[in-house]
Ligand binder design. Structure first.
Ligand SMILES: NC(=O)c1ccc[n+]([C@@H]2O[C@H](COP(=O)([O-])OP(=O)(O)OC[C@H]3O[C@@H](n4cnc5c(N)ncnc54)[C@H](O)[C@@H]3O)[C@@H](O)[C@H]2O)c1
Length: 334
């Protein structure tokens, strides 16, 4: 039985607690939060758990094998490092850390101590992303040309990070999971409409060595909730609409062929708009799959689906996006 401790029992911590309590082979032994009212809620739900407002109680508990960090992002590094130094496996909420240096240090520390470092990029565990991944790997879309995501809603404004650090990790992690090629440059613009100057709307573009391109729209100030990703290949295209209750993934037999390319002024395009296919998607709770994967990785000493290196790759893009925003959209080489 793997004993887990969790620091941060806010909105997401509540989902993590429920799923880890239902994961075979582990138990969530102790929850730590600064807010006593939250700890009481946790204990009411699961009377067996211990509660504390001191992180040291988790870190110094020899019976705890693994620590989940579900605090605000600026505390991820501090708590993950403390746990790794104490010889505990660590699962960190997304994004792994607030800087590349911090993420690199955690990755190296976990490696040195032969401990599991995993990141909760939850969307990779959804049936939809798993299905799209298997279709990409089978070559169903042909050569991939673009990834275009829109993740917008009204709120939730975060007090410590801007909209790119809050929402883009979901889509960047999906993109990195689907394609092996790494971006060569990042450009990003954004705007804040509040006094704390954290951008609440932003547009991020990734350029690649090949002709692949990726674009992300992120907003906390949209009147409607949209969570859509379009993926284009030269054979087929895909719409992943996470707000759809059932038919989340649609595959379009859509494409174009360019004729007379050598004579640009005479270029002809043949458009193809064929059938639309809706694949069957496994209806599993993504967080439950993530929890199982983390516990299994500890148990078998194997790589989790999203390890520290994958988390670091996401942070590298976020960090470059931040530099670009600070320089009015300047292209930042990776
Ligand atoms: N994977 C996902 O889909 C997903 C979704 C939402 C949030 N998150 C991530 O989860 C993390 C938490 O987000 P949230 O929305 O639950 O925030 P939240 O503010 O609701 O919860 C954070 C909790 O951490 C506690 N906390 C703060 N400082 C602490 C300290 N020093 N010691 C102990 N506890 C402390 C707070 O009291 C609060 O209860 C963030 O990293 C966020 O990015 C991930």
């Amino acid at each position: 039985m793997i004993n887990v401790g969790m620091v941060g029992y806010g909105y997401w911590g509540n989902n993590l607690l429920r799923n880890f309590m239902n994961t075979p082979g582990c138990t969530l032994k102790t929850v730590c939060d600064l807010r006593l009212e939250r700890l009481k809620i946790a204990q009411k739900q699961f009377p067996s758990i211990e509660i504390t407002d001191k992180i040291e109680d988790l870190i110094n508990d020899a019976k705890i094998d693994a620590v989940i960090v579900a605090t605000p992002v600026f505390l991820h590094f501090k708590f993950a490092k403390m746990a790794l130094l104490a010889g505990k496996h660590v699962l960190v909420e997304k994004p792994l850390t607030a800087s590349v240096d911090e993420a690199t240090e955690l990755v190296n520390l976990a490696k040195d101590k032969n401990l599991i470092l995993a990141v909760d990029h939850t969307f990779l565990f959804t049936g939809s992303v798993q299905k799209i991944k298997s279709m990409v790997d089978e070559g169903s879309f042909g050569k991939l040309q673009y990834f275009d995501s829109t993740r917008i809603n009204l709120g939730l404004f975060q007090p410590d990070i801007n909209v790119i650090w809050d929402l883009a990790p979901h889509d960047i992690s999906i993109l990195n999971y689907l394609i092996d090629e790494k971006p060569v440059s990042v450009s990003c613009t954004g705007q804040s409409h509040t006094s704390n100057k954290l951008e609440n709307i932003a547009y991020l573009t990734l350029q690649y060595q090949s002709d692949f391109i990726a674009h992300f729209s992120c907003s906390w100030v949209s009147p409607v909730k949209i969570r859509r990703i379009l993926i284009g290949g030269d054979q087929k295209m895909c719409l992943y609409d996470d707000v759809e209750p059932t038919e989340k993934v649609k595959i379009y037999d859509t494409g174009f062929d360019v004729k007379n390319e050598e004579e640009k002024h005479k270029m002809l395009i043949d458009y193809r708009a064929g059938d639309i296919y809706i694949p069957k998607i496994a209806q599993k709770e993504a967080l439950s799959e993530m929890a199982k994967d983390f516990i299994n990785a500890i148990d078998k000493n194997q790589r989790p689906l999203v390890d520290g290196e994958s988390g670091l790759e996401v942070v590298k893009i976020l960090d470059a996006a931040q530099k670009s925003i600070n320089n009015k959209g300047q292209e930042i080489k990776l």
